[in-house]
Design a protein around this ligand. Structure first.
Ligand SMILES: [Zn+2]
Length: 349
């Protein structure tokens, strides 16, 4: 009698176990068989006390075995159901993925490096120098002595007295207004031939508006050797523009004036915003100025001890912000300095 009862219970349990597919169904099954108060196996074990004494040993052993078998079967199934349930419960495969944030260099840094790469490929050496400059390197040696009216062209941020002592032009210190001072610094320490570019930040007392910032970036260039001509200058800078914009772009050299070059010119490229028809970005001219250039003035060679009868050369100063405006078709220079990620991520090269 007792054996049959244990065997029945075992078969009923396994039938119920096959049907139990969820954690809740397994919990109910466990309560039904192993529950402390009303579990069927619990009741079976309790019934041993009232069984005939000769059956108690057999019945007890059978009940214990069944209890252990049920316990093991439930544990195995519970683990399986939990593993099956996890993907459906915990992972929504329809959710869009989370994109990682990728750091990158600032657009102006990338433009500057692009300019450097182009000139390095042409055999130029990249040099750097101080942003705090003295009067001699920023003005005096560049053919702008103290009384020279050309100093009025640039509103200078002085760090010391704006009037240099008569016998010492190096006394006044200032934030450099251009990278042209690096021409002097390099030529003072090297003999020709010279073929350098000098990238860096420069400072002027400009308003902060769509086309001006008090701090901006220039790449100065200088080539000095025997027989360097205006043709070399034009060929070099046209090749640079073509390489930089990765296409044939219309350019024009417009006569200009700088104290340290003679003759002087500005290089314009056709406006990207309007393809030359005229728009606010190009002030309706159809052209955007990207650099100033010219043949090195003999007075500059004299200041650094080069023989102006033997050597000639050309110099240029590229405005990195202006190149970036043209390259990206941006119409407000301030956007490069506001650190708005929505803008910066759009203009990455
Ligand atoms: Zn335009």
């Amino acid at each position: 009698m007792a054996d049959t009862s244990v065997e029945d219970l075992k078969q009923q349990f396994h039938a119920a176990l096959d049907a139990a597919r969820t954690p809740a169904a397994l919990k109910a099954l466990r309560d039904d068989y192993l529950g402390r108060k009303h579990g069927r196996v619990t009741a079976l074990v309790k019934s041993i006390a009232t069984a005939p004494p000769e059956d108690r040993r057999t019945l007890g052993a059978a009940a214990n075995t069944l209890k252990q078998q049920i316990e093991q079967a439930l544990k195995a199934r519970e683990a399986g159901v939990a593993a099956d349930a996890r993907p459906a419960d915990a992972l929504d495969v329809t959710l869009p993925g989370r994109r990682g944030w990728t750091g990158r260099r600032h657009p102006l840094t990338q433009v500057r490096e692009r300019v450097e790469d182009i000139f390095m490929a042409m055999g130029y050496q990249v040099i750097e120098g101080p942003e705090v400059e003295d009067d001699w390197h920023n003005f005096e040696a560049l053919n702008m002595p103290a009384a020279h009216p050309a100093r009025d062209m640039q509103d200078t941020l002085y760090l010391s007295s704006p009037v240099p002592a008569p016998d010492d032009g190096r006394a006044a210190t200032l934030l450099r207004t251009h990278t042209s001072g690096m021409q002097i610094r390099y030529m003072e320490q090297h003999e020709p031939p010279v073929r350098i570019i000098a990238p860096g930040r420069v400072y002027r007392r400009d308003n902060f508006d769509a086309t001006h910032t008090p701090m901006f970036t220039q790449v100065e260039g200088l080539v000095v050797d025997e027989d360097i001509t205006l043709g070399d200058l034009k060929g070099t800078l046209n090749a640079f523009a073509e390489e930089f914009f990765d296409a044939r772009v219309a350019t024009r050299f417009r006569p200009s004036f700088f104290p340290y070059t003679e003759p002087s010119a500005e290089l314009d490229v056709e406006c990207q915003g309007c393809s030359g028809r005229g728009c606010p970005l190009c002030k309706q001219t159809g052209w955007i100025e990207i650099l100033g250039c010219g043949m090195v003035h003999p007075a500059v060679f004299e200041a650094v001890g080069y023989d102006p009868d033997r050597y000639t050369g050309f110099a240029f100063g590229v405005g990195i912000e202006r190149l970036a405006l043209r390259l990206y078709g941006v119409d407000d220079i301030r956007m490069f300095y506001e650190n708005d990620l929505r803008f910066l991520e759009q203009v990455a090269l």
